[in-house]
Write a protein that binds this ligand. Structure first.
Ligand code: FAQ
Length: 329
């Protein structure tokens, strides 16, 4: 269902002396910490890498509305419902900022959405898992938004100006999201034994997909080296995963939840937690379109797009009428 790796033209990181003079000048600007803006000259592969990453990030935010959206009508209290509504709406907003940031690179929003719907563009693996109980909403906020913040705080300092600026506001909102998820888990873990059991059961299902969502291990990450040279990525996938693990294990312990990894251990020498083997076969299956909910997620997005056609047409007609009226006046 999914296309294979998008060819950005960057197969390996070229040594400085191999670069054409204009690419060397570009790399010098990156190395000096200069932000690249839309009208600045940039290598075609840099532009394509950013379009790939930013559009996939935008798609993740939009598709990411679906698992939690599933619980808006069933949130346990009015307060939880109001919070969840606001959170899901924030994710939609993040998608829109990110589509705008990607548009500055010369790709149209319609094209990006067409690529998503055709299965050519990816979105985060994590949103292909189902939300079976209310505790899943807690786990998404706590674990998934927690992982997203760790990935996204460094992106506020990435080399491409519009992406970095979009990330600043997004990160502020994500930190509220993470806390609301943890608050749900706290309420469940301090509640009745059935609630605690529900929290543990959801945690067991989300743990491994959340650990994998920072991307393949560094040795298999095809884009990391070049993206780090261009300061699109400031940390590697494994570095981000480690930060998430070190942050999350003590939080799970505070909740009284058991991490579903018999090999999990604290390494006193390194001062880091270590996890057991991740099932990368499952990860690749999911990102190629064969996860538990991939088909359902895409079907829902395509239907929403088709059902909304009349709204887009009406908005265009309205804008044209206003422009014609303004011209006549
Ligand atoms: N899922 O060479 P790398 C959120 C793909 S937002 C699917 O390591 P890269 C907020 C990758 O695209 C979550 N595909 O790639 C929220 C590439 O395939 P391609 C999204 C994945 O780009 C919370 C291939 O594997 N965040 O959660 C995944 O250097 C709650 C090889 O991988 C972002 O997008 C994956 N997990 O590093 C919303 C952040 N991992 O493109 C709602 C920005 C890897 O060649 C509710 N993105 N792949 O076909 C990034 O930082 C990077 O793109 C990575 C991947 C780290 C995701």
């Amino acid at each position: 269902m999914y296309a294979q790796l998008v060819d950005t033209g960057a197969k390996r990181v070229a040594a400085r002396e191999e670069l054409a003079p204009e690419d060397r000048a570009f790399q010098d600007r990156i190395d000096a910490g200069v932000k690249i803006e839309p009208k600045d000259p940039m290598p075609e592969a840099y532009r394509r890498t950013l379009i790939r990453q930013i559009s996939q990030h935008a798609h993740s935010e939009i598709v990411g509305m679906l698992p939690e959206g599933n619980w808006i009508t069933r949130a346990p209290t009015l307060k939880r419902k109001a919070i969840l509504l606001a959170k899901v709406q924030d994710e939609g907003g993040h998608g829109l900022y990110l589509y705008s940031a990607a548009e500055t690179l010369g790709v149209s929003r319609d094209q990006m959405i067409a690529d998503l719907h055709a299965g050519k563009a990816k979105y985060s693996s994590i949103f292909n898992y189902p939300t079976l109980t209310w505790a899943d909403v807690g786990c998404i906020g706590w674990l998934v938004d927690g992982a997203a913040i760790i990935n996204q705080i460094p992106l506020c300092r990435c080399s491409y100006g519009p992406y970095a600026r979009a990330m600043v506001r997004i990160c502020k909102e994500e930190s509220f999201h993470q806390r609301q998820g943890y608050d749900i888990m706290l309420a469940l873990c301090r509640g009745a034994p059935e609630q605690k059991a529900m929290a543990q059961e959801a945690f067991n299902r989300w743990w491994w997909p959340a650990l994998a969502m920072q991307g393949p291990p560094d040795k298999d990450s095809v884009h990391s080296a070049q993206s780090m040279a261009w300061r699109i990525k400031l940390f590697s996938n494994d570095e981000l995963r480690q930060k998430w693990l070190d942050q999350t294990v003590p939080q799970a312990q505070f909740l009284g939840l058991e991490v579903p990894d018999p090999a999990l251990r604290w390494n006193a020498e390194t001062g880091h937690w270590e996890h057991g083997p991740i099932d990368w076969e499952e990860f690749y299956r999911v990102i190629k379109g064969d996860g538990p909910c991939n088909r359902d997620r895409l079907r829902t997005r395509v239907k929403a797009w088709e059902d909304g056609a009349w709204v887009r047409e009406a908005a265009v007609a309205h804008a044209e009428k206003r422009a014609a009226r303004a011209k006549a006046a």
